[in-house]
Design a protein around this ligand. Structure first.
Ligand SMILES: Cc1cc2nc3c(=O)[nH]c(=O)nc-3n(C[C@H](O)[C@H](O)[C@H](O)COP(=O)(O)OP(=O)(O)OC[C@H]3O[C@@H](n4cnc5c(N)ncnc54)[C@H](O)[C@@H]3O)c2cc1C
Length: 361
């Protein structure tokens, strides 16, 4: 059985920051990532980030991934990185099973930080399995990682930040965006993104949903319909749009299977995207050895995922007795950064969710 101070599951922004913080304080770290590369969602984000300098504002997401990975490469005495390594099980005795290439490996870490991110939500409508219907993450991967356009004319479903940003990236790639629709009566994403899209001539139609895709072997069009104030379809308002791609961007759900299996207490919190773990202010779950960070704790942004990763890394290392002189100040700094990231109207929503899962209120 392989032993290590801290195993981290997930090599996205949260996991990368957790590894850095834990190793900087002297803990040995094994970082597990199921993809063949590190970075998580960041590798497909070619746009410059918002926020403050501490969270790499004005740097492109993909570049942030490289910066964080290079930092870890400079700590190879304490940090071991396994890519193509999927954590399959986390058991009550704290054993983690991992599929690494063709091998199955058991690991007994003293602490585990789970930073597995989130998965995309999907929608039910007629013919939603036709080729040409994608999640927004797949469209981003196709365009920004593989350099492939998904089609010629897209219907974007979802006017949150992801739907707006991916629409803009589609336009930049020379793909027409027929419309962005959203079931909600208002646009969920930042107005700065929505204005850019509107200036490019793309209509953003609220209180509408998609009811049907049509086409023989792949998408040739979509039917959309207006919704009333109870979000019910209004008969007679159907419109047909000629599109060859329907891109679904209707939110993310925390990827928490390992935590259910480990016996962590979970709660359903709509403001955080679904079932999320109960935790203390140091991101420790109700299972003593298990810590959490990033989108898994509740859907936010890469900025908060990075700060949470750092906080979980510091707290897990500290619980094992690894303490640099600046540890207490560093923990306080993380808490202050999270507080500031969660201020304002979007933050209110997140804070309402957090209040439902905090152990130490
Ligand atoms: C289109 C788009 C635009 C965005 N723009 C911004 C922005 O401008 N600013 C911003 O701050 N945020 C932005 N975000 C949000 C940001 O990308 C996420 O909040 C952030 O990536 C979450 O980080 P994470 O580390 O929790 O999860 P992820 O980045 O999803 O990383 C999780 C990692 O865990 C791995 N993993 C999962 N399960 C396992 C397992 N069992 N074993 C091993 N590995 C596993 C995954 O492969 C993945 O690499 C954007 C997101 C999208 C989709």
């Amino acid at each position: 059985m392989r032993e290590v101070d801290i195993a981290i599951v997930g090599g996205g922004p949260a996991g990368l920051m957790a590894a850095d913080a834990a190793a900087t304080n002297g803990a040995s770290v094994l970082l597990l990532e199921r993809d063949g590369h590190l970075g998580g969602q960041l590798v497909k984000q070619t746009h410059k980030f918002f926020g403050s300098e501490k969270q790499y504002a004005s740097v492109r997401g993909v570049k942030i991934a490289t910066i964080l990975e290079e930092k870890l490469q400079g700590m190879s005495d304490l940090v071991e990185i396994w890519t193509d390594a999927t954590a399959l099980g986390l058991y009550e005795d704290g054993v983690l099973t991992v599929e690494k290439g063709k091998e199955f490996v058991k690991i007994k870490p003293k602490r585990i930080i789970v930073a597995t991110g989130a998965s995309e939500k999907f929608l039910t409508f007629v013919n939603n399995d036709l080729p040409g219907i994608y999640g927004a993450g797949a469209v981003q991967t196709l365009m920004n990682v593989n350099g492939v356009r998904p089609g010629q004319r897209v219907l974007m479903v979802g006017a949150g930040n992801i739907g707006l940003i991916v629409s803009y990236q589609l336009l930049q790639a020379g793909v027409e965006v027929a419309a962005i629709i959203d079931a909600a009566p208002t646009i969920g994403g930042y107005l700065v993104h929505a204005s850019k899209i509107r200036r490019a001539g793309v209509p953003i139609i609220t209180s509408h949903t998609v009811t049907r895709a049509y086409g023989k072997e792949a998408v040739e069009g979509a039917t959309i319909v207006a919704l009333d104030e109870k979000w019910q379809p209004l008969p007679g308002t159907e419109q047909e749009l000629d599109v060859d791609v329907i891109c679904i961007s209707v939110g993310l759900s925390p990827l928490a299977e390992l935590l259910w299996q480990a016996g962590c207490e979970m709660r359903y919190v709509p403001q955080l995207g679904g079932h999320v773990p109960v935790r203390d202010h140091h991101l420790k779950t109700t299972v003593d050895e298990v810590y959490i960070a990033g989108d898994l704790t509740g859907i936010e942004e890469a900025s908060s995922a990075m700060v949470e990763g750092r906080l979980a890394g510091l707290a897990a290392a500290s619980s094992l007795g690894f303490k640099s002189d600046s540890l207490e100040a560093d923990i306080l700094d993380c808490k202050e950064q999270l507080k500031s990231l969660r201020s304002g109207p979007v933050g209110d929503h997140i804070n309402q969710g957090m209040a439902q899962v905090m152990l130490d209120k």
